[in-house]
Design a binder for this molecule. Structure first.
Ligand code: GDP
Length: 721
C-alpha cells in the first residue's frame, strides 16, 4: 500500500497556551477554517476547568482529543489550487492542556509534536504558565510561532505583549505581523514580509482579503519589516551579502531562509489577531505550513536497543524498522479505549501484531483510526511521521514504545515527577466499590503522574497527584465517565523520607523450632544515593533506578546467589514503610557486604526478614530526615497589597526569590512548602479584595526543619513515637 500523503506536506503541531489565553477558541477556529467543523461553539460561559468534558459529550469528538487530523490549503494559493486535494497539507493537531497541574502533559505532548503555536493573551502578555511551557518547549527544542490573541479586548496591546515575550521568553522573537488597530478598533493585520494588509470578512471571517497597507501604518510597517529582514538574512551568508549591497531579495528567498531559521529555533515569528472576532487565525495556519517543520525536517529520534543497551537512531522513513511512541490513552465514548501513537519510522498495519518493546509483549492491533472533528476515519496502514490511534489495546500505557520485534528500540523515556499530594477516597456505595477500582486503574494508565495505592494499615484507597485541582478533576471524571460516586478526604502532602548519613548493620534472623528452622544472616551498608545520572556507567554488581540502588558485594558465595533477590526485596519493603513517620524512603544506596547461610534452615523469607530488620536498624542510625515538596509560587497583585502578601508568604516559610513589575501590577516569586499552601487561592482573594492571582507548580523535595519534622511525626503516630 502506497503512502497516502507526502511527508513534506504533513505538520504535527500543538497549540500551547496559558489557561484562558484562548486555546479553545483558537482550536475551534482552526477546525472551522479547515472545513472540519461547521458551527462554532463558544466557550465564554461556564466553568473552564471542566466544560471541555461536557462539550466532548455533546459533540462526540472533542477539540481536546489527543490529536485531531485536518487539512489546510494556504490562503495565498489560487482559488482552484486551494480546492485541489493534492495541494493541501495534513495537520495533526496535538492537544496540550492548559492548567499548570498538567504541565507534565505539555511535556509529554511536546515529545510527539514537531512545532507549536504559542497563544498569548493580548492584555496580560506573558503569564507564569507561558514561561513554564516555553521552558519545556525550549528543552525539547520545538520550533514555535507566537500568536498574540485577544487584540480586540479592552486593554490589549500588541507592543506591550510583544515586549513581554522579548523580556521574559526570548530575544529570538521578532514581529512578523503588526496589527491594524487594537481594542474595539482592531480590524486586521499587516504581514511584514509581503507588506500587505489582511482583513477577514464573511461567515466567521471565512474570507481573507488582501489589501494595501493603510497610509497611517506604512511607516511603522517599513521600519519593522527592516528589522525582520535583517533577522532573516543573518541566517544566510549569500542573502546577507546581497542585503548589505542593497540588492532586492525575493519574497521566496526570504521565506525559505526564515523557514530554516524557525526550524532551527533561531527565530520565533510573532503574529497577532483575535480568535474570538475571527481575525488572523487562517494566517497562522499559513505560517504553520510555511515555517513549522514537517517530520522530515526534524532530527532523527533517539532510543536504546534493549538487547544491547546501545543507542540507536530512527529516521522518518517508511523503509526503516518500525518504531512508535504511545503518547496518550483516551477513552472514546463510541469505540472504547484509544491509544494515540506517533510513528517515528517504518509502518504498521491494522490487523497485525504490535510489539511493545517497553513490556516485551505483543498485542493484536485490531483497528486504527484517525480522529477528525466529526468523524473517525478508519486507517489501514500508518506511515512514518504520522499520528493515529489504536483501538482496544489492553496493555499499552502512556510513554510505551512499540517497535519491530527483530529491531527493538525503546525511545527516550519521558521522566515524570512523583506525585506530591494525596487524598483518601472511598466509594459511596458497595456497588461503586468495584467500578471505582476499575475507573482509577484506567485513569492512572492514562496519566503517569496520577497514582493509586492502598493504605497498608487501614486498607483505604489513596490517590496521589500533582496538585489539588489535578485530583479534583480525576474525581470529577470518575463521576462523569465511569458513574462512580465517591467521598474524598482532605488533601495531604506526600512527604518522603531519606537518610543523610551512613551506617552498617549486621543482623541474623534465626528460628529453631521442632523441624526445619529459619536462618538468614546479612550485613548491609547504607548511604545516601548521589543524584541519579542516567549517563553514568553503573557497576556490574549494582542495579540502580531513580531513588534506589542495590549493590551485591558478596564474595565467595557466603550467601548463595538464589537468596540475594530476597535481601533486596526485604530492603525495598522496609523502605516503603519508612522509618520516622511511615513515608516511603528514597535516594538510598544499600550494599550487601557479608553474611552466612545454613544448609537446611536458610530460606528466602528468612533473608528477607533479616535484611528488612537490618535496614531498619541502619536507617535509624543513618540520620534519617523527612522530605517535603517545595512549590514554585508566583503571586500577582496590585502594589498596595505587596506588604501584606510578602509578610504572609514569609510566615509560610517561603523563600522570596524575586519581586518585579508587570504592567500595572506587582509580581512576587517564591519557593514555598506545599504544606503551607492549601487553600491559598481563597486566602489570597480575601487578602486582596479579589484582585490577586497566583499559580503554583512543583519544584523539588527538600528536608523539613526539625520542628516541622516533630509535628509531622506526632501527627502520623498520634504522639506514640
Ligand atoms: P483557553 O482556556 O486557553 O482554552 O481559552 P478559551 O478559548 O476558553 O478562552 C477563554 C476566554 O477568552 C473565553 O471567554 C473566550 O471567549 C475568550 N476569548 C478567546 N479568544 C478571544 C479573543 O480573541 N478576544 C476576546 N475578546 N476574547 C477571547
Amino acid at each position: 500500500m502506497e503512502r497516502d500523503y507526502p511527508l513534506e506536506r504533513v505538520r504535527n503541531f500543538g497549540i500551547i497556551a496559558h489557561i484562558d489565553a484562548g486555546k479553545t477558541t483558537t482550536s475551534e477556529r482552526v477546525l472551522f477554517y479547515t472545513g472540519a467543523q461547521h458551527s462554532i461553539g463558544e466557550v465564554h460561559e461556564g466553568d473552564t476547568t471542566t466544560d471541555w468534558m461536557e462539550q466532548e459529550r455533546e459533540r462526540g469528538i472533542t477539540i481536546t482529543a489527543a490529536a485531531i487530523t485536518c487539512f489546510w490549503a494556504p490562503t495565498y494559493l489560487a482559488e482552484a489550487d486551494r480546492k485541489d486535494a493534492k495541494k493541501k497539507f495534513r495537520f495533526n493537531v496535538i492537544d496540550t492542556p492548559g492548567h499548570i497541574d498538567f504541565t507534565v502533559e505539555v511535556k509529554r505532548s511536546l515529545r510527539v509534536l514537531d512545532g507549536a503555536v504559542v497563544v498569548f493573551d493580548g492584555v496580560a502578555g506573558v503569564e507564569p504558565q507561558s514561561e513554564t511551557n516555553w521552558r519545556y518547549a525550549e528543552e525539547a527544542q520545538v520550533p514555535r510561532i507566537c500568536f498574540i490573541n485577544k487584540l480586540d479586548r479592552t486593554g490589549a496591546s500588541f507592543e506591550r505583549s510583544y515586549k513581554s515575550i522579548l523580556d521574559r521568553l526570548s530575544k529570538k522573537a521578532v514581529r512578523f505581523q503588526i496589527p491594524i488597530g487594537e481594542e474595539d478598533k482592531h480590524e486586521g493585520v499587516i504581514d511584514l514580509l509581503k507588506m500587505k494588509a489582511y482583513y477577514f470578512e464573511g461567515n466567521m471571517g471565512n474570507q481573507v482579503l488582501e489589501k494595501e497597507i493603510p497610509e497611517a501604518y506604512v511607516s511603522d510597517a517599513t521600519k519593522y519589516r527592516g528589522e525582520l529582514v535583517e533577522r532573516i538574512v543573518e541566517n544566510d551568508e549569500g542573502l546577507m551579502t546581497a542585503y548589505l549591497e542593497g540588492k532586492a531579495i525575493s519574497l521566496e528567498a526570504l521565506k525559505e531562509t526564515m523557514r530554516k531559521a524557525v526550524i532551527e529555533n533561531k527565530i520565533f515569528p510573532v503574529m497577532t489577531g483575535s480568535a474570538l472576532k475571527n481575525k488572523g487565525v487562517q494566517l497562522v495556519l499559513d505560517a504553520v505550513v510555511d515555517f513549522l517543520p514537517s517530520p522530515l525536517d526534524i532530527p532523527p529520534v533517539k532510543g536504546l536497543n534493549p538487547n544491547t543497551n546501545e543507542e540507536v537512531l530512527r529516521h522518518a522513513s517508511d523503509t526503516e524498522p518500525f518504531s512508535a511512541l504511545a503518547f496518550k490513552l483516551q477513552a472514546d465514548p463510541f469505540v472504547g479505549q484509544l491509544t494515540f501513537f506517533r510513528v517515528y519510522s517504518g509502518t504498521i498495519e491494522s490487523g497485525s501484531y504490535i510489539y511493545n518493546s517497553t513490556t516485551g509483549n505483543k498485542e493484536r492491533l485490531g483497528r486504527i483510526v484517525r480522529l477528525q472533528a466529526n468523524q473517525r476515519e478508519e486507517v489501514k496502514k500508518v506511515f512514518a511521521g504520522e499520528i493515529a490511534a489504536a483501538v482496544g489495546l489492553k496493555e499499552a500505557k502512556t510513554s510505551h514504545t512499540f517497535s519491530d520485534e527483530a529491531n527493538p528500540i525503546i525511545l527516550d523515556q519521558i521522566t515524570f515527577p512523583e506525585p506530591v499530594i494525596s487524598l483518601r477516597i472511598e466509594p459511596k456505595t458497595k456497588a461503586d466499590q468495584e467500578k471505582m477500582g476499575m475507573a482509577l486503574k484506567r485513569l492512572s494508565d492514562e496519566d503517569p503522574t496520577f497514582k493509586i495505592k492502598s493504605d497498608q494499615e487501614t486498607g483505604e484507597t489513596v490517590i496521589m497527584g500533582m496538585g489539588e485541582l489535578h485530583l479534583e478533576i480525576i474525581v470529577d471524571r470518575m463521576k462523569r465517565e465511569f458513574s462512580v460516586e465517591a467521598n474524598v478526604g482532605k488533601p495531604q502532602v506526600a512527604y518522603k523520607e531519606t537518610i543523610t548519613g551512613t551506617a552498617e548493620v549486621e543482623n541474623k534472623y534465626i528460628k529453631q523450632t521442632g523441624g526445619k528452622g529459619q536462618y538468614g544472616h546479612v550485613k548491609i551498608n547504607i548511604k545516601p544515593l548521589p543524584k541519579y545520572d542516567p549517563e553514568e556507567k553503573i557497576p556490574k554488581n549494582a542495579s540502580r533506578e531513580p531513588g534506589f540502588e542495590f549493590v551485591n558485594s558478596i564474595k565467595g558465595g557466603v550467601i548463595p546467589i538464589e537468596f540475594i533477590p530476597a535481601v533486596e526485596k526485604g530492603i525495598r519493603e522496609a523502605m516503603d514503610r519508612g522509618i520516622l513517620a511511615g513515608y516511603k524512603m528514597t535516594d538510598i544506596s544499600a550494599e550487601l557486604t557479608y553474611g552466612s547461610y545454613h544448609d537446611v534452615d536458610s530460606s528466602e523469607i528468612a533473608y528477607k526478614i533479616a535484611a528488612s530488620q537490618a535496614f531498619q536498624e541502619a536507617a535509624k542510625k543513618a540520620k534519617p530526615v523527612i522530605l517535603e515538596p517545595i512549590m514554585k509560587v508566583e503571586v500577582v497583585v496590585p502594589e498596595k497589597f505587596m506588604g501584606d502578601i510578602t509578610g504572609n508568604l514569609s510566615s509560610k516559610r517561603a523563600q522570596i526569590e524575586a519581586m518585579e513589575d508587570r504592567f500595572e501590577l506587582k509580581v512576587v516569586r517564591a519557593q514555598v512548602p506545599l504544606s503551607e499552601m492549601f487553600g491559598y487561592v481563597t486566602a489570597l482573594r480575601s487578602m486582596t479584595e479579589g484582585r490577586g492571582s497566583s499559580t503554583m507548580e512543583f519544584d523539588h523535595y527538600a528536608i523539613v526543619p526539625k520542628n516541622v519534622e516533630l509535628e509531622i511525626i506526632e501527627k502520623r503516630t498520634g504522639g506514640k513515637a
